[in-house]
Each structure stands twice: as C-alpha cells, then as structure tokens.
Design a binder for this molecule. Structure first.
Ligand code: AMP
Length: 357
C-alpha cells in the first residue's frame, strides 16, 4: 500500500495521464510520467517525467527505481516493457490484462469463456479464411486487425458487392478477425473499478455517440431498459473480477433490440481510464481518475455514485477554439489538455454539464 508522498509511475503522457496526475495530487501522491514524446500533455502537471522510448531498458530501469508502483494510460504498452517493469515494481493493472486485451481474438475468446454475449467472430489469417467466414456471417460484416486498432482505425466494413481480397489488402497482411455486423440501437459503456482487495465499484451506464469514429458525446444515465442496464453493469464487474484487475477499466458494449426487449453485446475492453468516463470528474462522487489512483495505490475505492444527469462533449480538433464561448456558460466544466497543435481528429479537451436530478 502506498503512503502519501510516494510516487506512481505512469506509462504514456497523454490527456489520460494528465488527468491521473491531477487526481493524484490531492492525495499527496506524486506522479512520474514515462513517454517518448517531448511535448506530452501530462508533463505540465506531473512531479517528474522521463522522455524515452518504451524499449529503452536503462531508462525503464531508472524509472522503476524512482517510483513505487507503475500503471499505464494506454493499452498498447509493449509486452516486453510491461514484463521488464513488472520484474522491478508492481505493475497495476497486471500485464496479463494487457496481453488479453491487446489482441482482439484473445479478448473475444476470453469473453466467450466467461459466457458473455458478443457478436459472432472468426479468426482470419488468409483470404480463404475470410471467404469461408463471410459465407457464414453474411454481409455486412466488419473486418478488424487483431492488434493496434483504435477510433475505427484498423477496421473495414465489408458490404454486399465489396471485394473480400481488397478489404484484406486494406488492413495490410495483419492477422485479423471478422465480426458479424451488429444492428445496434445505441453504443454504451461501463466504467468499473476494482481495488486490490477485490472490491468492485461500477459507474452508471454511459451512452456514447461518435462522429467520424471518434467519441463525440457521452450521456449518463444511458436511456436503456433497467434489465439490460443491470446486465451491462454485471458483465463489467464479472470481467474486472475474472481478470483479477486492479484499477479502472471500461467495457464498450452494443445495445440491440427495441425498448422492452433490449439485449447487450460486449464489444471491447479498454484496460485503462476511458474517454466515456471523463464525466465522472464533476458528475460522480469520485472521478474515474481518483478511483484509478486509489486502486493502484492499494487504497479503498471511493463512491461511484452519480451526482445528476450528465452530458460530456468532446472537443475534437478546432472545436477547442470555442473555449471562450464555452466558458460563457457558468455551468460548463471546461477541460483543455494543453496540446499545442489542434490537428484534425485530435482530442483537445472536453466539457461537462451536470444537471441535478
Ligand atoms: P471498435 O474499434 O471495435 O470499437 O469499433 C469502432 C466502431 O465501429 C464502433 O464504435 C461501432 O460504431 C462500429 N462497429 C464496430 N464493430 C461493429 C460491428 N460488429 N457491427 C456494427 N458496427 C460496429
């Protein structure tokens, strides 16, 4: 268990690490950020930082030496980096959670082994595999790389009349999975925390709207039947417990069917704090960032209760230029990530509104 004054090492220096470091400060905990990019947003607010590649072993060894526990803000931490660090300091969540969730196939096999509902899927290593799978799945279907996909990257929809070989070529030669198309009515997520002692706290079900495959808005609570909502929360808690997870994770899910007969399908697991949980900073008793810090420090979790109806709007690319207009609403909680360049599709900030119920 960490004591105030000790240091949490964070791999990755983006906005998630920045908000983690901000959440650690009120507990008297320090954060040391390890990231390759010299202009990492988290450096502005952290006690210390290291600029080095994730393969740089001397730098990793010095980093491990300087911190008391290690966590990460992104799921693509190389397996070797995680293993190297885990031999020196506790890494939370355990690198096993990374190994399972970095590969869509192993993630889906894990979900299946727990009996959780998900879209049908097929392992694809060749055009022959793909053609055979499409014959069963029908079209449309979604072809996804097994690794390194995010925000809709590394995936292609195969519709009636589309050439399977061209779809495969579009992903490169990467191993892939084919997923049956899900005619979802809503996309939702559950942000859930698990403490070192096994206690679990889930936040209310979030409803997520995307623009150009990037999260645009989160509304809480999601407008989903009570029974389906209950199941979604249960699935996330089962996943956190089955992984022996320590920290905050998010489970993205699809809702299918009409009100009164809604079903939940699990889409994917993000083994980290998540954009659909940013609303918890002002909208819940304990933010997802404070919750993650408490969990990796070995401390008890805080309450995940919601404080009202919540809307979180992401500020993507030039949308963040409206910061002054947004500030003119005294109810708006504005967050800017300190990124110098507002590239298209880049998450620059977010704004949250909480309306008491
Ligand atoms: P993912 O990278 O798996 O989160 O997918 C990105 C987005 O593509 C999701 O948020 C959905 O909007 C869409 N999508 C992914 N998989 C499917 C599917 N099997 N059926 C329908 N839409 C999907």
């Amino acid at each position: 268990m960490l004591k105030p004054g000790q240091t949490i090492g964070i791999l990755g220096g983006g906005q998630l690490a920045r908000m983690l470091a901000l959440a650690a400060a009120p507990f008297g905990l320090r954060c040391h950020i390890f990231a390759p990019e010299a202009d990492s947003p988290a450096f502005d607010v952290a006690y210390a930082h290291t600029i080095a590649d994730y393969a740089d072993e001397p730098a990793l060894a010095r980093f491990a030496e300087a911190v008391d526990v290690i966590t990460y803000e992104f799921e693509n931490v190389p397996a070797h980096t995680a293993a190297f660090l885990a031999a020196r300091r506790p890494v939370r969540p355990d690198p096993q959670a990374l190994a399972i969730t970095q590969d869509r196939l192993s993630e889906k096999q894990f979900l299946t082994s727990l009996g959780l509902p998900l879209a049908p899927f097929w392992e694809i290593n060749s055009l022959t595999d793909l053609e055979a799978a499409l014959a069963v799945s029908g079209r449309p279907a979604v072809l996804k790389t097994r690794r390194f996909g995010y925000d809709g990257k590394g995936q292609v929809m195969i519709r009636e009349g589309d050439d399977a070989a061209a779809a495969l070529a579009q992903l490169g030669t990467a191993p892939a999975v084919l997923e049956g198309f899900v005619p979802f009515t809503r996309e939702v997520s559950v942000v859930v925390a698990r403490a070192l002692d096994g206690r679990v706290a889930a936040y209310d079900l979030c409803e997520n709207n995307h623009k150009n495959h990037i999260l645009s808005q989160t509304l809480v609570p999601a407008q989903v039947d009570g029974k389906a909502t209950e199941l979604a929360l249960q699935y996330a808690q089962t996943l956190a417990s089955s992984l022996g997870y320590v920290g905050v994770m998010a489970v993205e899910m699809f809702v299918v069917g009409e009100s009164g007969d809604e079903q939940i399908l699990v889409n994917e697991i993000a083994p980290r704090v998540h954009n659909s949980g940013h609303w918890t900073i002002e909208g819940a008793e304990t933010s997802q960032f404070a919750q993650h810090i408490r969990a990796v420090a070995g401390w008890p979790l805080g309450s995940a209760s919601r404080l009202g109806r919540v809307r979180m709007d992401n500020l993507v690319g030039e949308e963040a230029e409206d910061w002054l207009v947004l500030l003119s609403d005294p109810q708006a909680h504005l967050h800017l990530y300190g990124k110098a360049e507002a590239r298209k599709g880049r998450k620059m900030g977010h704004v949250t509104f909480v309306t008491p119920e």
